[in-house]
Design a binder for this molecule. Structure first.
Ligand SMILES: Nc1ncnc2c1ncn2[C@@H]1O[C@H](COP(=O)(O)OP(=O)(O)OP(=O)(O)O)[C@@H](O)[C@H]1O
Ligand SMILES: [Mg+2]
Length: 264
C-alpha cells in the first residue's frame, strides 16, 4: 500500500491579478501524514495559496493537483468535502445568528446557513461530538456572532473537521486569541498532529510560538514566492527567516516549541 500518497502537488503555480503576481512559480508537495506550517510576511501570498489548496481559486498558470485530481479538470464540489478550511473568509460567511451546532452541522452539506432542514441524526451526533472535542459543547445553542474570538476559532475547526476531510487547512487559527487561549489551541493542534488518523494538516501562522509540537514541514514565503520549503528541522533556521522577513532574527527551539526575536 502506498502510505505516502499525494495530497497536494503544485507545479509552478502563479496567480496574476492585473500587473501583480500574487503567487509566482510556486511548487509544493504535501503528502499524507505530513503536518505543514506556512509562514511569511503580510501579503506574501499565504492565503492565496490556501485558497487554491481549498479549491476556492484557480491558478493563472501552472498546475494544482489536489488529492489526485487536477484543479480545473474536476468539479470542485466533488473535492470540497475532502478539504476542511478554517479562515477569516469562512468565518465572515457564517450568519451571526447561526448556532454553534449548526455552524458545524451545515458543513456536512458544504453550505453556510441552515436552510436545509433535514439532517441525519448521525450528522447531528457527529457535530456535537466535534464541538465537545474542541471544548465547545456547552455553547452549542449560542449564536456564532455572540461567541468570543477564541470560541469562534474552535467552532470553525470543528466545522472544518465535520466532513472527515483528508486535508485540513487552518489559516491563522490563533489570531486574536489571548495567551491562555493560544496555548490551549496550540496544545489541541499538537494532539491533532500526533493523531495518526488525522488528515494532512496545513497551518498558516505569523508567530513561531504558534507552531504546535509534532509539525513536520514548513513553507516559508515572501512576495508570492517560496523562500524555502521542507522538513521543519532543517528548513526553519535563521538564514531562511532573514530571507523570509528581510530582518535579522534569532531563533530559539526549546521543549518542542519555537520563538524568534530581532537580533540585537
Ligand atoms: N483579487 C485581488 N486582486 C489584487 N490583489 C490581490 C487580490 N487578492 C489578494 N491580493 C493581494 O495579494 C497579496 C497576497 O495576499 P494574501 O492574502 O495571499 O497574503 P497573506 O500572505 O495571506 O497575507 P496576511 O499575512 O496579511 O494574511 C496581497 O498583497 C493582497 O493585497
Ligand atoms: Mg492571509
Amino acid at each position: 500500500m502506498n502510505t505516502m500518497s499525494e495530497v497536494l502537488t503544485f507545479k509552478d503555480v502563479s496567480v496574476v491579478r492585473g500587473r501583480k503576481d500574487l503567487l509566482k512559480d510556486v511548487s509544493w508537495e504535501v503528502k499524507e501524514g505530513q503536518r505543514w506550517i506556512v509562514i511569511g510576511p503580510n501579503g506574501a501570498g499565504k492565503s492565496t495559496l490556501m485558497n487554491i489548496a481549498a479549491t476556492r481559486l484557480h491558478p493563472t498558470r501552472g498546475t494544482a493537483d489536489i488529492l489526485g485530481e487536477r484543479l480545473g479538470k474536476v468539479s470542485v464540489f466533488d473535492l470540497r468535502p475532502l478539504i476542511g478550511l478554517s479562515s477569516a473568509l469562512v468565518a465572515n460567511s457564517i450568519p451571526a445568528n447561526e448556532t454553534a451546532l449548526n455552524v458545524v452541522l451545515t458543513a456536512a452539506y458544504g453550505m453556510t446557513g441552515r436552510w436545509r432542514e433535514k439532517y441525519e441524526k448521525l450528522d447531528e451526533r457527529r457535530a456535537f461530538h466535534l464541538l465537545h472535542n474542541w471544548g465547545m459543547s456547552t455553547f452549542m445553542n449560542q449564536p456564532f456572532g455572540k461567541l468570543s474570538e477564541g470560541e469562534r476559532k474552535r467552532v470553525l475547526i470543528a466545522r472544518a473537521l465535520m466532513t472527515d476531510p483528508e486535508l485540513l487547512i487552518l489559516d491563522e487559527p490563533a489570531a486574536g486569541l489571548d495567551l491562555a487561549g493560544r496555548e490551549s489551541l496550540v496544545g489541541k493542534l499538537a494532539e491533532l498532529a500526533a493523531d495518526e488518523d488525522a488528515p494532512a494538516l496545513v497551518l498558516v501562522t505569523h508567530h513561531l510560538e504558534e507552531v504546535p509540537a509534532g509539525f513536520t514541514h514548513i513553507m516559508m514565503m515572501r512576495d508570492g514566492q517560496v523562500v524555502a520549503a521542507g522538513e521543519i528541522e532543517s528548513t526553519l533556521n535563521e538564514a531562511n527567516l532573514e530571507a523570509t522577513y528581510g530582518m535579522a532574527l534569532s531563533l530559539r527551539h526549546e521543549g518542542g516549541r519555537y520563538s524568534a526575536f530581532a537580533r540585537s
